[in-house]
Ligand binder design. Structure first.
Ligand SMILES: *Cc1c(COP(=O)(O)O)cnc(C)c1O
Length: 396
């Protein structure tokens, strides 16, 4: 159980393009680590705070380890993950930077997390007791590093501000006195962060300040206060405190609600044309068929489908970039493939297809999310395991 961490670790340089997965993959997600690095610098220039790179859910589908390395090399000081498994996977890959892990079962064995020097976010009394017990049982190391979470209005995790919070603070202080834990941070999460000027954000900031006062009055001395996610970090200065937890913006997706600061989308989803046919008017396309050609045209088959993360309900709106133009996906998106109407463009078998990328030629993930009636996080984290990840850039 180590309470310290190795800040300032230097990471190996990835100076070439690294492919993960077989080279014959039908689709690949090219992750530009230079874009991740540039986004860290762009965000920090706006927030003027430290940044916690949120690499949960395998780095929003981009690959947690390469993204973490690129973000740290560009100046991020912390990593944020959901679970012990995610935190320990980073440590197993040699990532020594400070990590906060924030979602745990109350009966979880916290020993491995503490031994790995990971900060544990704690929201309930049973979790606090379990962390303190694991720290006390450890044969080496100092107190467990804990960051207490207060629920300031999201009604998700965190101790409800008021008496629940006061109870958590009191128990934490008792365990601090006993030497089993140390409260490094106090934090919360916003409910309406992508609406600048939202009265809810103001109320949550105020509740958060009150909770910090209660913690200090209770004898705690948290040195790391944090509230903002990407949207709040970029648009609501009062939410920034000591560090901002950035996910979406790190990956180059504009959380919306603010001015354009030039974030660079990090992921490009690519495939290619594996079948090409000329069809007459009146030809049914894909299951149903939901689509029947209105005139003679050329149909290109692209081997990427909903198992790869294309949202089925983007049908009728989605486009891809092929043959130097945006062309519509026609008919139902199937599990493994979709059909694109390329009209009379000079598309050939094997030609590259860009499903989404930085834009503006090809669609962006933000456009895909709009077509599917969801958010970009949903599309990015849905990119399937059989899509090969390829890393580009010298940023790491
Ligand atoms: C996912 C997550 C974030 C990152 O949110 P973005 O809006 O993607 O920046 C920050 N904090 C917590 C607690 C999260 O779960």
């Amino acid at each position: 159980m180590a309470s310290g961490h190795r800040a300032g670790t230097v990471w190996p340089v990835i100076s070439h393009s690294t492919a993960v997965g077989v080279t014959s993959a039908l689709a690949e997600a090219v992750v530009d680590l230079d874009a991740v690095a540039a986004n860290v610098r762009t965000i920090a220039a706006v927030t003027r705070t430290d940044l916690m790179a949120v690499v949960k859910a395998d780095g929003f589908g981009h690959g947690a380890v390469p993204v973490a390395r690129a973000a740290l090399a560009a100046g991020a000081t912390w990593l944020g993950v959901t679970s012990s498994a995610e935190a320990l996977a980073l440590r197993d890959s040699g990532v020594g930077a400070p990590i906060l892990s924030w979602l745990h079962r109350p009966d979880e064995d916290f020993g491995p997390l503490l031994a790995a020097g990971v900060d544990v976010a704690v929201s309930t009394l049973p979790h606090l007791r379990a962390v303190a017990a694991a720290a006390a049982a450890a044969t080496s190391g100092g107190p467990a590093m804990v960051q207490l979470k207060v629920d300031t209005g999201l009604s998700r995790n965190g101790a409800r501000h008021g008496s629940d919070w006061a109870d958590l603070v009191a128990l934490a202080r008792a365990h601090e006195m006993a030497g089993s834990i140390r409260v490094r941070g106090v934090w919360s999460h916003l409910a309406d962060a992508d609406q600048p000027g939202s009265p809810l954000v103001r109320r949550q900031v105020s509740a958060f300040r009150t909770a910090v006062r209660v913690a200090r009055a209770g004898g705690l001395d948290p040195v790391l206060l944090h509230l903002a996610n990407s949207g709040a970090a970029l648009t609501a200065p009062a939410t920034r405190f000591d560090i901002c937890r950035v996910g979406l913006a790190l990956y180059g997706v504009d959380p919306g609600g603010g001015r354009d600061i030039g974030l660079r989308p990090a992921m490009t989803l690519r495939s290619s044309v594996v079948n090409l046919k000329q069809v007459p008017a009146g030809t049914g396309v894909s299951y149903g068929p939901d689509h029947v050609t209105a005139e003679p045209t050329t149909l290109a088959l692209v081997p990427v489908g909903f198992a790869d993360g294309l949202p089925r309900n983007a049908e009728g709106r989605a486009e891809v970039w092929v043959g130097g133009a945006r062309c519509p996906i026609v008919g139902r998106i199937a599990m493994d493939q979709c059909v694109v109407d390329v009209g009379d463009r000079p598309v050939r078998l094997g030609d590259p297809v860009t499903v989404f990328g930085p834009g503006p030629d090809e669609p962006t993930v933000t456009e895909w999310a709009r077509w599917a009636g969801t958010n970009p996080n949903d599309v990015l984290t849905g990119i399937g395991a059989r899509v090969a990840r390829r890393y580009q850039g010298v940023a790491a």
